[in-house]
Design a protein around this ligand. Structure first.
Ligand SMILES: Cc1ncc(COP(=O)(O)O)c(C=O)c1O
Length: 492
């Protein structure tokens, strides 16, 4: 599998991530980053490295830099080069390696930043914020209530979810137009776990999954890991294109469609009510289960409530699973999400859930049960800050990067920006050297399209946004002026 990924240089570039931050000359930084991939087992023994020319092109460095980096690795016994068959990771590299273990396990760059820690750069990999201040109030209220004593007097294992939270989630859906019984709710460890459980239950190697194009790399990763074949459907102003969705449902016989109707990530688009109704009709007509991920709810840049979930328009036996989470609206650290769907499906999903972790942390669930009735109020309180950040980002981008294009999002926390006539993979490498980690749009697309886009979150404090746009503008000017950076060949 990993051999396939690395058959082109893109795979290695993704593995390298933010390789430029260490000290010393560029070739040493590169050699150090490749050595780290070998050490953690991302590059197993025998793995063929890309040609010097290909890697240099994608990293926007001179070929001499890659030649010197490979020489350095060869000198350390980490790689071998055989004339005619390129450079490979040594059979027995002189580092711990991962012998006997399954190679790989690296996540999309979005998750990798979380796993590796923040680093000195401004990372655009995640659009996340600290906890809403109301969370501390809810925490105190819970501690002062008698509920904790009662909660701790039971065994604490609730694989389907802490009952008061299931009731609160059911009430939440009922209030937004999707009447729900607690039996139709499974509590999970974040929305991310729902995607994993659904993938386990629905997907087999070769299964076809429909996703929006672009989509969210975090779900693409999970579906790919399950061996799925991904088919992308584009969006228009109202959300996923219904004509294309109908054609794909009819022709591809997908086992699942994964959609983000509310503040689609990364475009921030809100699917219209009419389109939601149409998607529900198509799901019923073609018998395709739909996983609607509304985890990315939150800041709404227009007035008025979001339309009801797609599940509210389900007819007959249509399997519409609605996913939610408090990560974006209250705090990612709570790690509480849920799925709402027909009770028979939820019961089956609960079996996967119990096998995965025996249930999500019950104290966090109790907190969420108290938080959920206040979620509208919390979102509204955040809206003013988010609006100011969005306005600031738009103004600065307009002033300093007038060639960049974007549409004001309906909501969410990022701008989906088009870089005219430029590969975002190339721009991302230049941006790294200016202190910004940008995720190329190709990571969001099942076919690698959208490579001329990046997602620019506006979740940062105002002064960080100012610095971020300054760095982006400097990197852009650098790329326009000089093209890909070519450093002076190092003396080796
Ligand atoms: C569309 C989408 N789904 C799911 C998640 C994961 O949510 P959680 O933190 O609740 O697991 C995210 C996080 O960014 C997301 O953007």
């Amino acid at each position: 599998m990993i051999m396939d990924r690395l058959s082109d240089a893109h795979g290695l570039v993704e593995l390298l991530g933010d390789w430029t931050t260490a000290g010393g000359p560029l070739y040493r930084k590169l050699a150090g980053a490749v050595a780290k991939c070998i050490e953690v087992g991302d590059l197993p023994a025998g793995e063929r490295l890309p040609s010097e020319r290909d890697l240099a092109k994608l990293l926007t460095v001179s070929r001499a830099t890659v030649v010197a980096a490979y020489d350095d690795l060869r000198g350390k016994g980490l790689v071998d080069s055989v004339r005619g068959s390129g450079t490979r990771v040594s059979a027995r590299p002189r580092v711990n390696g991962s012998h006997g273990r399954v190679p790989g396990g690296r996540a999309t760059s979005i998750f990798q930043r979380l796993a590796d820690g923040p680093g000195p750069i401004i990372s655009l990999a995640m659009a996340i914020e600290p906890a809403a201040p109301e969370l501390a109030e809810v925490y105190r209220d819970l501690a002062d209530s008698g509920e904790l004593g009662e909660l701790m007097s039971d065994v604490g294992y609730h694989p389907r979810g802490y009952p008061p939270l299931r009731t609160a989630v059911a009430a939440h859906y009922t209030a937004v137009g999707l009447p729900t019984d607690p039996d139709e709710v499974l509590i999970t460890t974040g929305a991310q776990q729902v995607i994993g459980l659904v993938a386990q239950m629905y997907l087999r190697p070769g299964s076809t999954v429909v996703v929006e194009s672009p989509s969210w790399p975090g779900c693409l990763d999970v579906f790919r890991a399950a061996g799925a074949r991904l088919v992308g459907v584009p969006l228009d102003e109202e959300g996923v294109r219904a004509d294309r969705l109908a054609a794909v449902f009819a022709e591809e016989r997908p086992v699942l469609a994964y959609l983000m109707p509310t503040f689609h990530n990364p475009t921030g688009r809100m699917m219209s009510t009419a389109r939601r109704r149409r998607v529900a009709e198509l799901a019923a007509r073609y018998n395709v289960p739909v996983l609607e991920d509304n985890a990315y709810s939150g800041f709404h840049s227009r007035t008025g409530a979001a339309p009801p979930p797609i599940g509210a328009f389900a007819r007959g036996n249509a399997e519409i699973l609605s996913v939610g989470s408090v990560a974006k609206s209250a705090w990612g650290g709570l790690r509480i999400g849920w799925v709402r769907g027909p009770s028979a499906i939820v019961t089956r999903l609960a079996r996967y859930k119990v096998r995965a972790d025996l249930g999500s942390p019950v104290l966090d669930q109790a907190l969420t049960a108290h938080l959920l009735p206040r979620i509208e109020e919390i979102t509204a309180a955040r809206a003013a800050t988010m609006r100011a950040r969005l306005d600031h980002t738009r103004t600065l981008l307009g002033e300093q990067l007038p060639q960049w294009r974007w549409q004001t999002p309906d909501g969410g926390s990022a701008l989906w920006v088009e870089l005219p006539d430029t590969s975002a993979q190339i721009f991302a490498q230049v941006a790294l050297r200016h202190g910004v980690e940008a995720v190329p749009g190709s990571a969001t697309d099942p076919t690698g399209a959208h490579d001329n886009h990046i997602r620019v979150p506006f979740t940062f404090p105002i002064e960080v946004i100012t610095e971020l746009v300054r760095r982006l503008a400097t990197a852009w000017a650098d790329l326009q002026r000089h093209g890909p950076v070519t450093d002076t060949p190092p003396v080796v």
